[in-house]
Write a protein that binds this ligand. Structure first.
Ligand code: ADP
Ligand code: ASP
Ligand code: MG
Length: 456
């Protein structure tokens, strides 16, 4: 029996016109499929940022708390629903905000409890929108539906038992469940959040748990595009991608998907579709195990980039012919929870890139015991993605010739480690220019070639 999970992001639920489209799309599904869709929603656009500021800036709390209330009241009015659906949540918000008002910065479990108000209000509004169209619907906080996580507040990860709990809570429902994205709960009942942009991940967790036929990510672009449209306005939708391609793009900066989204879908082999709420008839992108039909011509599909990258180089003449050097270096990074992205080594040095350097200082003291350490910030990783791309003779030459031609220096290159991604490091200031240049130079602004046909 067919069942889909439909995730609507902040841009879909936080703009009145798009909200109406989103509710209509879910209502339409409910009328057509044997099993009602499960809807996953993010907070209205801008709301999570507002709550993050509320936590960080005690002096602005009063004004921000009031803005949270007016944003939802005005939105409820603009959608024609009126304040009813969010009234009780808003008074709970006022109480929670008053109770924490005197705190310095709010973090950890308390911060996640504050951020949760965004998704909770959005779910209440969406369920009310469906009810107003005569569709049986219920807003459900993900933790109450069984999405249990570890205790890493702000970046929680689901526990394995989530799957069975979600399946038994959501699976049998005959009404549309409108589940809060972004949120989980610890085993002892404290609210967690899954990391910024985490509602996509929520949708995939829920979809995998209930064995959905498809996980739909409804957003403000007509699919996963050949580049970030804010950098390359002429970027085009990529019709088909593999899980591996989409994962690499998400990880290296394609914000349209949270980097963890594809994992649960991949484990259960569930297609993920990226669609445009305002243009629902556009075909969008479909992400499955295979990159495309077997006879599809090879091509680079999309380019992503991520700034705020730091490179750390450890130089040691003792590395020469020594075993265990790399193990020692990575043991230090591992112990300090520093996530390493790109790695290059030479006879006497190793360079790695990191994107979160919050705990770098502690690690540096230890690395200095291994060799001379250099740290360079202000860098960006650019990832050129397409199944088979790195193996393509001539691609690297083409890419670096294009960049060299305009004087963009390349600091580190990683090719061949993955079958789908040729990635390299440039100065942050050069990153957008590099993406635009490659988008044009690799022909991504042109129509995708028609699939190759057998000669007749
Ligand atoms: P939502 O509120 O739907 O979750 P997001 O803002 O999180 O939306 O993600 C959609 C945005 O991601 C797009 O508007 C676009 O600016 C950005 N983006 C970055 N890279 C890509 C890409 N390759 N394809 C589509 N969108 C991208
Ligand atoms: N509302 C959350 C955020 O802004 C989660 C999401 O949008 O996916 O990060
Ligand atoms: Mg998002």
């Amino acid at each position: 029996m067919r069942r889909v999970v439909m995730k609507f992001g902040g841009t879909s639920v936080g703009v009145a016109a798009n909200f109406a489209h989103a509710v209509a799309l879910a209502a339409d599904r409910a009328a057509r499929d044997e099993r009602p869709p499960i809807v996953v929603v993010s907070a209205l656009t801008g709301v999570t940022n507002l709550l993050v500021e509320w936590c960080a800036l005690p002096s602005r709390r009063e004004a921000l708390a009031a803005r949270f209330v007016s944003r939802h009241e005005e939105f409820a009015a603009a959608t024609g629903l009126g304040p009813g659906p969010v009234e009780s949540l808003l008074s709970r918000w006022r109480e929670a905000a008053a109770a924490l008002a005197g705190e310095a910065a709010v973090h950890g479990a308390a911060r996640d409890g504050v951020l949760a108000f965004g998704e909770r209000c959005a779910a209440a509004l969406f369920a009310a929108g469906l009810a107003a169209r005569g569709v049986a619907a219920r807003a459900i906080v993900a933790g109450d539906a069984g999405l249990v996580t570890d205790e890493r507040f702000g970046a929680a990860h689901p526990l394995p038992e989530s799957a069975a709990r979600l399946a038994s809570a959501l699976g049998p429902l005959r009404e549309v469940a409108v589940v809060t994205g972004f949120l989980g709960v610890t085993l002892d009942g404290r609210t967690t959040t899954l990391g910024r942009g985490g509602s996509d991940f929520s949708a995939a967790i829920v979809g995998a748990a209930v064995g959905a036929d498809e996980i739909q990510i409804w957003t403000d672009t007509s699919g996963l595009l050949s580049a970030d449209p804010r950098v390359v306005p002429e970027a085009r939708p990529v019709p088909r991608l593999s899980f591996a391609e989409a994962s690499e793009l998400a990880y290296f900066g394609a914000k349209v998907l949270h980097p963890k989204t594809l994992q649960p879908a991949m484990e259960r082999g569930i297609p993920v579709r990226v669609l445009n709420t305002a243009r629902p008839d556009d075909p969008g992108s479909v992400i499955t195990a295979a990159a495309g039909p077997a006879d599809a011509p090879w091509r680079v599909k999309s380019i992503a980039s991520r700034s705020g990258v730091t490179a750390v180089t450890i130089v040691s003449t003792r590395m020469l012919a020594a075993h265990g050097f790399l193990a020692r270096v990575f043991e230090v990074f591992g112990r300090h929870h520093l996530v390493v992205d790109l790695v290059t080594t030479s006879e006497v040095s190793i360079s790695v890139t990191l994107d979160d350097v919050a705990r770098l200082d502690e690690a540096l003291a230890e690395l200095e015991g291994i060799g001379r350490v250099e740290v360079r910030g202000g860098l960006a990783i650019v990832a050129v993605v397409g199944e088979g791309a790195p193996e393509r003779i001539g691609l690297a030459g083409h890419v670096f010739t294009l960049l060299g031609g305009v004087g963009i220096g390349v600091e580190m290159i990683s090719q061949g480690a993955s079958r789908v991604n040729l990635s390299f490091v440039v100065r942050e200031a050069d990153s957008d220019r590099a993406v635009r240049l490659l988008h044009r130079g690799l022909g991504l602004d042109a129509e995708a070639p028609a699939p190759a046909r057998a000669a007749n």
